[in-house]
Design a binder for this molecule. Structure first.
Ligand code: FAD
Length: 261
C-alpha cells in the first residue's frame, strides 16, 4: 500500500470539498483497502465519511425505505424497520461476507464500488431505488454503468438509497463458498403493475432480466419462472461456473426467490 493522508470529515459539505485531485472517500474500507494493498488502486488522500452522522440511519414510510449511505450491513440485517417493510433486504444484508465484513461494510460503499458479484446492486435495481447524492437524485436504471463503474462523478458523495416498498420480494444467491460473493444472485420484487427482477454475479455488472420480468409480471409464481427462456449468451464463464451453468442457476435462484416471498 502506498502512503496516503487520512482526513475525517464531520459533514457532507466538508467531505465533498476535500474530495479533489487524487482523494477518495473511505467508508467501511472493506473493498477500498484490499484494492490499495494489492496495488490495484492508489490515492493520496482518504476522506473518512463514517463520522458524518447524517449519512447513517434508516427511515421508513408506507411507500419507501431510505437507508443512509454509511449504514452497515449488520445494521440493515438487524433492523426491525427493514425486517417489517422489506424483509428480503434484511436477509440479503445478513448473507454478505462474514460478521467482520457486515460490521464494517456499508450500503453506500457497496453500491459505489459496484462489484459485479455484490448483493446490494441487485436489490437497488429490483426495488427501483433512487440514489440520493450530494448533487442530485439518480434513478437506479441510470446508476450502474458496468463493471466497477457507476454514474457517480468525481467527488460526488452517496448520501442515501431510497427503495420503493414492493407488495412482496425475495432474494436468493448461490454463493462462492470462500467469499460469499454471488456466483449468481437473483432479486425479485412484485409491485402493483409489474415485477422487477435483477441478477448479480452472472454478468459483467448487475442487470435486469427482461425474460423473467415478463413471465413474473404476468403470473408471479415458480411455474412462470419455468416458462422463461434464459440464454447463456454474454454471461460470465470462469473457474467457478460456466455461462451455461450460470444460466441454469439463474432459474433455480429465481424460483427460490419467488418461493421465499
Ligand atoms: C472477505 C470479504 C467478503 C465479502 N463478501 C461480500 C458478499 O458476499 N457480498 C457483497 O455484496 N459484498 C461482499 N464484500 C464487500 C463488502 O460488502 C464491502 O463492504 C463493500 O463492497 C464496500 O463497502 P465499504 O463500506 O467497505 O466501502 P469502502 O471499501 O470504504 O469503499 C469502496 C468504494 O466506494 C467508495 N465509497 C464508499 N462510500 C461512498 C459514498 N457514500 N459515496 C461515494 N463513494 C463511496 C469509496 O471511495 C471506494 O471507492 C466482501 C468483502 C470482503 C473483504
Amino acid at each position: 500500500m502506498k502512503s496516503f493522508n487520512f482526513k475525517s470529515a464531520t459533514n457532507t459539505k466538508e467531505a465533498t470539498k476535500l474530495a479533489t485531485g487524487r482523494a477518495t472517500f473511505l467508508a467501511g474500507g472493506m473493498s477500498l483497502l484490499p484494492a490499495m494493498k494489492l496495488r490495484l488502486a492508489a490515492y493520496s488522500e482518504l476522506i473518512n465519511i463514517k463520522k458524518i452522522k447524517s449519512l447513517s440511519g434508516i427511515k421508513v414510510s408506507s411507500k419507501s425505505l431510505k437507508i443512509g449511505a454509511t449504514t452497515t450491513h449488520a445494521e440493515v440485517s438487524s433492523s426491525k424497520e427493514v425486517g417489517k417493510s422489506i424483509p428480503s433486504l434484511a436477509i440479503l444484508a445478513d448473507g454478505i461476507g462474514d460478521p467482520q465484513v457486515r460490521n464494517r461494510g456499508t450500503i453506500g460503499g457497496s453500491i459505489a464500488n459496484n462489484d459485479p458479484a455484490a448483493d446490494y446492486p441487485s436489490a437497488c435495481l429490483a426495488l427501483n431505488a433512487t440514489i440520493h447524492t450530494s448533487k442530485r437524485k439518480v434513478p437506479v436504471d441510470k446508476f450502474f454503468k458496468g463493471m466497477f463503474e457507476t454514474d457517480l462523478k468525481k467527488g460526488e458523495l452517496i448520501e442515501a438509497i431510497e427503495f420503493d416498498v414492493p407488495e412482496k420480494s425475495g432474494y436468493a444467491k448461490f454463493p462462492n463458498p470462500a467469499s460469499r460473493y454471488a456466483i449468481v444472485g437473483v432479486y425479485v420484487a412484485k409491485f402493483k403493475n409489474e415485477a422487477r427482477v435483477a441478477i448479480t454475479g452472472a454478468g459483467s455488472s448487475v442487470f435486469r432480466s427482461k425474460e423473467l420480468e415478463a413471465a413474473l409480471s404476468n403470473n408471479f409464481s415458480t411455474s412462470a419462472v419455468d416458462s422463461a427462456n434464459i440464454s447463456s449468451k454474454g454471461l460470465n464463464s470462469d473457474m467457478h461456473a460456466s455461462a451455461d451453468y450460470r444460466a441454469h442457476i439463474i432459474k433455480v435462484m429465481a424460483k427460490k426467490a419467488v418461493s421465499s416471498c
